[in-house]
Write a protein that binds this ligand. Structure first.
Ligand code: T68
Length: 841
């Protein structure tokens, strides 16, 4: 468009209602009413809460769109180096409350909807959680996008727009029951569908062809194509910044996916057969956390996602007509675990096959562009794809991987001549049957930086997982960046009471953007009046959770009891089994006590929540055991209120926002060396919850920051695990005596039909107790007794709670993202310009 027309567009936009939004209460009401009619086609005679929520969300999204346009337009104009966070999962949680707070509009909207006859809290509850992730990894991506937006860092997320997110969980007769998460069935105002599309191909064959310059090139051809279409999700930042997550949905390709021959012959059934395939691709999120699914459809999802993203980034890069050598100065890709690793051979393929670069030049660009974050050392979680599958689905990528591997192994051989074992160990191709591609090795070879997510984990990554690689590349390539959480969602938004007390005490809200300022709370730890205010907020949060438990589970619990919480994905390594076995032990001890002795033990409510992968039988059995124990304990008149057990179904981000601020103690009790970091541990502690944990993941750094006295650690250390397992293997497991009586009680049928729990008990006995439950049982019980004793000393408990929050400054996602930016991506914050408000990209 000529400049004069561009100007005219700019002026027109400035005059539009979008650019002239007022934020007084009457104008907000007008915009809600407008959307009720114009976006939802409803009138005031047909109002349900959900419709009012949607109109309100539209009104808020308008304001976000303005910031989004301004921010993205500025990036487009300034062309800074950009970061692309490639993640199969973004566990965003609800958007409305977050957006209102980020734009400082919550109070005004509260008043606006009140004047229209609704309570804001009720409307917020209408929003469905977008659950496009499994657990920690997906939520970390969301916290990092939030931090990047707050810091005005030019980072985009790329991911998939699953039609169905993580399944919804209910509990029937104590068992987990899964239902599809049809989150898009209702109108969803928080995404902007874009007219941006790329075709992604699968299968086919590789041929030699001449390119435009008359050079012979390998060329991958297939008539099996699926179209990726973009949906942009705004990420509210601060001071008018707004980030972006681009999610791809799959669709049939250009001619609508019809088999045109069949269509012309009137054979409609056959003509639409391939449409199904296209829509199927992004229809559902695989529900396995820390476990490789190994399905062909999953591999296709991974490639679809990275191919569309890399095409989009290359397209954006080419717009500026820079030489290819500039690519690493303009683009940084961060791989969120190995799931997007195919982006490495994909970029190599585009540079060599399509753009005609020489192999070595292309590889230099690729390796200066990619960086890789590892989130697990568990062997069952490390992705490997059988070569016969990869060859079929992605024939050209398989060739590229073979070549990359060959050149890599030649270099290793140069550096360490004659070491055949070494070559076998570091080969990207595993010589097993069938042969497999080791995706983590591909990610290491194709990246300039590899990081773990907490200090201990990063140490294990170097010493165990990638030991040979660190000898070859040198240690500098392997770094640690400890995870962080968004203080905006996990304190400011989730705990308004505590937020206000902190702000009042510190004199301003500056601590949110500069979290180490929380340290200024420490001098108040022993101040009795402050302690009372502090604990009154905790109590109010517990009351709120109590109401939720009553509504959701029909169970009445006393908010004065000690709330002991373990919420996270159900997994053997996280040891919810240890927790419930401990509960049974406590139950038995309480039963044996005199009524007077019982009264001296603080009453406890033990709360569990978390989903098990649908195919993970043992994890599902733990859920059943928890519910069976709850049935007995909660209805035992002798126990009365001394012990209650709660299993909260369908744990998700918005439930976490209610649970986290209400904990007295939470459990993070993975077998040492198995939990890479954990992030909910950080969320609980920053909200003044104490934690009971093993010396694992980020628990260790939390201890270092808040002080040994303010955390209950116990159990085997990571460097002892191997020896203990070795001994158990040769001498069998000698069960702890208290544990043995607990198992006897289960097997005697105290908690119903004992036979169903046999497979679970077998993991401890015949199974060799791989996760060291028996080994740690005694230490665990003793530490729980320490917790009881401290809870009786109200002032001492309150002081520790305050010191917990005060010490958590390090764990802001802003700090983590700052470290990624300076140590890996080499990007700076860009200064806010005043770009015009036309639509960018
Ligand atoms: C988690 N990983 C780690 N994986 O378990 C946790 N896996 O310690 C860490 O704090 C967190 O990542 C963030 O670094 C996961 O959540 C998955 O969800 C997952 C999903 C698909 C496949 C494998």
């Amino acid at each position: 468009l000529q400049d004069e027309y561009l100007d005219q567009w700019g002026k027109a936009l400035e005059q539009s209602p979008l650019a002239n939004q007022q934020t007084d209460v009457a104008s907000l009401q007008a915009s809600i009413a407008y959307h009720m009619n114009a976006s939802l086609f409803r009138t005031q005679h047909n109002l349900e809460k959900v419709a009012v929520y949607q109109a309100l969300a539209h009104s808020m999204a308008d304001k976000l769109l303005l910031d989004w346009n301004r921010t993205q337009q500025r990036y487009r104009k300034d062309n800074p180096k950009r970061v692309y966070y490639l993640s199969m999962e973004f566990l965003l949680g609800r958007a409305l409350d977050n957006a209102m707070l980020a734009l400082h509009m919550k109070t005004a909207y509260q008043e606006a909807v009140q004047g229209l006859g609704f309570r804001l809290e009720d409307l917020l509850e209408q929003e469905r959680d977008p659950a496009l992730g499994n657990g920690g990894l997906g939520r970390l991506a969301a916290c990092y996008m939030d931090a990047a937006a707050a810091l005005d860092l030019p980072m985009w997320g790329y991911g998939l727009r699953y039609q169905y997110g993580l399944f919804r969980q209910s509990v029937q007769q104590g068992f987990q029951v899964e239902a599809p998460d049809d989150w898009l069935m209702r109108h969803h105002p928080w995404e902007f569908p874009r007219d941006i599309k790329y075709d992604v191909q699968f299968y086919g064959y590789v041929a030699t062809k001449m390119n435009d310059k008359g050079e012979s090139r390998l060329f991958w051809e297939s008539d099996h194509k699926i179209r990726a279409v973009a949906y942009d999700v705004p990420v509210p930042g601060k001071d008018g910044f707004c980030g972006n997550i681009r999610l791809w949905a799959s669709q049939p390709p250009h001619h609508g996916g019809f088999d045109l021959d069949a269509f012309n012959q009137g054979n409609y059934d056959q003509s639409i057969a391939s449409l199904k395939d296209a829509f199927l691709l992004t229809s559902v999120l695989y529900p396995n956390d820390n476990h490789q699914a190994g399905k062909e459809l999953r591999l296709k999802q991974e490639y679809f996602f990275v191919s569309a993203s890399v095409q989009d980034v290359v397209h954006r890069f080419k717009r500026y007509r820079c030489p290819w050598s500039e690519f690493p100065n303009k683009v940084a890709f961060q791989l969120n675990d190995t799931h997007p690793t195919l982006a490495i051979p994909e970029l190599q393929r585009i540079l060599v096959d399509v753009e005609g670069l020489a192999w070595d030049d292309a590889w230099d660009i690729v390796t200066r562009t990619f960086a890789f974050t590892n989130h697990t050392v568990l062997p069952e979680a490390l992705e490997k794809w059988p070569i016969y599958v990869m060859e079929k689905v992605l024939p050209r990528h398989m060739q590229i991987i073979y070549d990359l591997n060959l050149f890599f192994l030649q270099k290793v051989e140069e550096k360490f001549p004659g070491d055949r074992d070494l070559l076998n160990r570091v080969s990207i191709i595993e010589e097993a049957s069938p042969q497999q591609v080791r995706m983590a090795f591909l990610a290491v070879v194709g990246s300039h930086s590899v990081n773990g997510v907490a200090a201990l984990h990063s140490e294990l990554v170097v010493k165990e997982l990638f030991n040979d690689f660190s000898l070859y590349y040198g240690k500098d390539k392997f770094i640690n960046i400890t995870n962080g959480i968004s203080p905006r969602r996990w304190l400011y938004q989730a705990n308004p009471g505590l937020r206000d007390l902190i702000t009042h005490t510190l004199g301003s809200e500056d601590w949110v953007a500069d979290l180490p300022q929380l340290q200024k709370l420490a001098p108040f730890a022993d101040n009795l009046e402050f302690q009372q205010q502090w604990m009154a907020i905790k109590y109010a949060n517990k009351v709120r959770l109590t109401q939720w438990i009553r509504d959701d589970c029909g169970l009445t619990v006393d908010p004065r009891a000690l709330f002991d919480i373990q919420v996270k994905r159900m997994h053997e390594y996280k040891r919810q089994f240890l927790n419930i076995l401990g509960v049974i032990h406590r139950y038995r001890v309480l039963l044996q006590m005199s009524p007077e002795a019982r009264r001296r033990v603080p009453p406890r409510v033990v709360i569990f929540g978390g989903k098990a992968a649908p195919g993970y039988a043992i994890a599902k059995l733990v859920i059943k055991l928890i519910n069976s124990v709850a049935d007995v304990v909660n209805n035992d008149p002798v126990i009365d209120d001394h012990l209650k057990v709660v299993y909260l179904p369908d744990y998700n981000v918005s439930l976490a926002e209610k649970i986290v601020p209400a904990s007295d103690i939470s459990q993070h009790i993975s077998t040492a060396g198995t939990e890479a970091s954990g992030t909910s541990n950080m969320k609980f502690v920053i909200n003044g919850g104490l934690i009971l944990g093993t010396v694992d993941g980020a628990n260790i750094e939390i201890r270092d920051e808040i002080g040994e006295d303010n955390i209950f650690l116990f159990g085997t250390l990571a460097d002892q695990v191997a020896d203990i397992r070795h001994a158990q293997k040769y001498h069998g497991v000698l069960l702890d005596a208290n544990l043995q009586s607990v198992l006897d009680a289960i097997q005697a049928g105290v908690f119903g039909d004992a036979s169903i729990f046999n497979p679970l008990i077998d993991t401890l006995t015949y199974g060799g107790d791989f996760y060291l439950i028996s080994e740690d049982f005694d230490a665990y019980i003793k530490r729980q007794n320490d917790v009881d004793a401290l809870f009786l000393q109200k002032a001492a408990w309150a002081a520790k709670s305050i010191r917990c929050t005060a010490g958590m400054g390090f764990f802001s996602s802003d700090r983590s993202i700052g470290q990624y930016a300076s140590r890996i991506w080499k990007v700076d914050k860009t200064a806010l310009g005043n770009g015009s408000t036309s639509t960018a990209d």
